[in-house]
Design a protein around this ligand. Structure first.
Ligand SMILES: [Zn+2]
Length: 153
């Protein structure tokens, strides 16, 4: 199954995945950057964005339970559909969770800056026909600007 390019993801059954290509990128992500990315995905899990997306699609709790079984085909298809319904408000929420979490861990907000600097050229390359069409993600530039405002007291 083809998957859109991304650095990390969280699945309905609570697993976090980090793409090997991201870990091996040049320059490699710093601990601060990787912490931000992981905290962002954990933010999706904490806020139950996957379940909420499915609920928005009309899935009952029973259906959600079924998706959490071990049938990899069902799970992969459900996650693909779920990703297509990820809301930009969920991204903002996960970003805010991530910034809060990394600062609480004593990490630098530079990790967030590094991540969006890495993401920005990909945004420009994919344009409206790329990932942003599948994932209703706000642009890297607007995500960074939003979090910078959060940093300002
Ligand atoms: Zn996200």
């Amino acid at each position: 199954m083809t998957r859109p390019r991304r650095f990390a993801s969280a699945t309905l059954d609570g697993h976090l995945y980090v793409e090997l290509a991201y870990l091996g990128a040049v320059p490699p992500p710093s601990d601060d950057e990787l912490s931000f990315v992981l905290a962002h995905e954990l933010g999706h899990l904490k806020e139950r964005h996957g379940e909420r997306a499915l609920a928005d699609m009309g899935s009952s709790d029973a259906h959600i339970g079924e998706l959490q079984t071990n049938n990899p085909r069902v799970r992969a298809l459900a996650e693909q559909a779920m990703n297509a319904t990820v809301k930009s408000s969920h991204e903002t929420e996960a970003d805010e969770n991530a910034l809060y979490a990394i600062l609480k861990c004593g990490r630098s907000s530079k990790g967030m800056e590094e991540f969006f600097r890495r993401l920005e050229p990909l945004d420009k390359r994919s344009g409206s026909a790329g990932d942003s069409k599948v994932f209703d993600h706000p642009s890297a530039a607007s995500r960074r600007a939003h979090l910078r405002k959060r940093l300002t007291p």
